[in-house]
Each structure stands twice: as structure tokens, then as C-alpha cells.
Design a protein. Structure first.
Length: 286
């Protein structure tokens, strides 16, 4: 191997750099960071801007190699001002990325997050109450927006509404979202198997790729799921369709059984009990 390397090094303009362990780690970390960055911005409006930046950088490199000094000067000053402008324009996206890093979403679930998810998991009775109320409201086309807290605290959204702190029941949820009642407008937040607040305001999603037939209620559900790891259930007031939203993704036109499975509870079928027949007979005398 050393003979081959020394032979190749004698060739003009050809040399084999020595690669050490820290070089491999360095390149791997940079590649992983770039991959995570691309995957994060792929589903946001930043993707279009990213493609524009790649085009400008490519144009800058070409102008440098071909000696186009005026174009290089213009592009260099544009990139300097554009960096500051991008920080201002995409402040929500940058904040969301930092929140995801803090929550461990970009690096996978940590042991702490797993424990928090177990604490935030709903009891089977609570899930059944939510599904029962949602299906009942869907039949009469009563609009509803229910947010179930995950590992990310929803305190800032709870403060925008009215604190309730009540046990979850289908009757209470139906009554909250009943039309022409004081609490029907806004979102209900559920935390640790309790209804903590109602009439809460949620951030609207600015994802331009969303379907145009999604109204404000659905965009609010997607918006809060983009900023947190909460689960959101929506009942459309126009169609009565049930939707499930998580991590910015929406599943529409669900029934009660499907929603129950998505919430993590699978209805167990009762296994048929074996009938033991008792035979009563008369003993035979020999």
C-alpha cells in the first residue's frame, strides 16, 4: 500500500491525503447535519427559498470562475443583505427548529421523552369518551377542535382560553362545542386525562401546500401540531367529517374505530368463554 501511495504521489497534481478518524467523524457530522436540514425544510415554505439560495450560490460560483466581477459583486452584496432578511422573515421556522432540537425530534426519541409520552398517554376510558363525543358531534355536524397534549407543554395556549380543569366525559365535550354556547368557539385542550381549558386560540399553519378546502379550524389544528407534538382531533362543521392531525400531517374522513386505534387504544374482543357442561348421572350399582 505504501509503495502504491508513493508511486501515485510522484504523478504531477496527484496526491492522496491522509485520512484519520477525526476526519471521518467530521465529514459524517456535517453530512448528517445537512441531511437533517434538508429533511426539515422539505415540507415547509422554506424549501422554495432554499432552492433559490442554491441557484444564487451556483450563479456566484460560475461568475467567480469566469471572471464576471460585476455580477460577483452584486451577488456577494445580495447574499450579505439576504442573510439578515432571511433571519427576519423566517423567524417562526427557526424558532420551530430550535424547539424541535430541544424536544429531541431531530435526533430521535430520548429516554426522557419516552417517559413523558407514557405520562401523557390517555386512559382507555378517556379515549372512549373522546371518540364517543366526536362521533356524536359528527352526526349532527357540530364543529369541534380538541388538542391532546404530548411531551410539549401547552400552557401558552391554555392561557388564551378559559380554565376548566374537569374530568373528561363525552357529555361535557358535546356541551362545550354545542352551537350558540359561550365556550363553543376555539379549541379544547386535554392534559393528563383532564380537560384543562376551552376557547383557546391556536396558531394557523402557513403551509402553502395544504388543500384549499381546509378551513380555519383545520389550519389551526395543523398549526399547533407543527409547533408541538400534540394530537389534534377536528370535526368539520360543514361536512361532519372527523380528522386526526399530528406532526403537521392530517388524516381525514375517519370513523370512530379508526380514531380509537390512532389514539392508541385497540378494542379488545372478548374471548368466548368455554362452557363447561356438568353431567349429572345416576351411579350404577354393580
Amino acid at each position: 500500500m505504501e509503495i502504491l501511495q508513493s508511486t501515485l504521489e510522484q504523478i504531477p497534481f496527484f496526491s492522496i491525503p491522509s485520512i484519520q478518524l477525526q476526519d471521518v467523524i467530521d465529514v459524517s457530522l456535517v453530512a448528517f447535519g445537512i441531511y437533517k436540514l434538508i429533511m426539515w425544510i422539505k415540507d415547509t415554505r422554506t424549501w422554495a427559498v432554499f432552492k433559490g439560495v442554491v441557484f444564487i450560490v451556483t450563479l456566484a460560483l460560475l461568475s467567480y470562475f469566469f471572471g464576471l466581477h460585476t455580477l460577483s459583486f452584486i451577488i456577494a452584496n445580495t447574499l450579505t443583505v439576504g442573510t439578515i432578511a432571511m433571519i427576519v422573515l423566517f423567524q417562526p421556522e427557526l424558532r420551530r427548529a430550535l424547539e424541535q432540537i430541544g424536544q429531541g425530534k431531530l435526533w430521535g426519541n430520548s429516554a426522557t421523552n419516552i417517559e413523558k409520552e407514557k405520562e401523557a398517554a390517555l386512559d382507555e376510558s378517556c379515549v372512549n369518551s373522546i371518540v364517543r363525543s366526536v362521533t356524536q358531534m359528527a352526526k349532527v355536524k357540530t364543529g369541534a377542535l380538541i388538542v391532546i397534549e404530548g411531551t410539549t407543554l401547552l400552557s401558552e395556549y391554555e392561557r388564551t382560553g378559559i380554565i376548566i380543569d374537569a374530568v373528561i366525559s363525552s357529555q361535557l365535550l358535546v356541551n362545550i362545542f354545542e352551537k350558540n354556547t359561550p365556550l363553543h368557539d376555539g379549541a379544547v385542550i386535554i392534559c393528563k386525562n383532564r380537560i384543562t381549558a376551552a376557547t383557546c386560540f391556536l396558531p394557523l399553519s402557513d403551509n402553502l401546500s395544504l388543500s384549499k378546502d381546509l378551513g380555519t379550524r383545520h389550519r389551526a389544528a395543523i398549526g399547533v401540531s407543527e409547533e408541538t407534538d400534540a394530537i389534534v382531533i377536528v370535526v368539520s362543521e360543514e361536512t361532519g367529517n372527523i380528522s386526526y392531525v399530528r406532526n403537521g400531517n392530517i388524516k381525514r374522513d375517519l370513523d370512530g374505530e379508526t380514531l380509537t386505534k390512532l389514539l392508541g387504544i385497540t378494542k379488545k374482543r372478548k374471548s368466548p368463554q368455554k362452557k363447561i357442561k356438568l353431567w349429572k348421572g345416576r351411579g350404577k350399582n354393580g
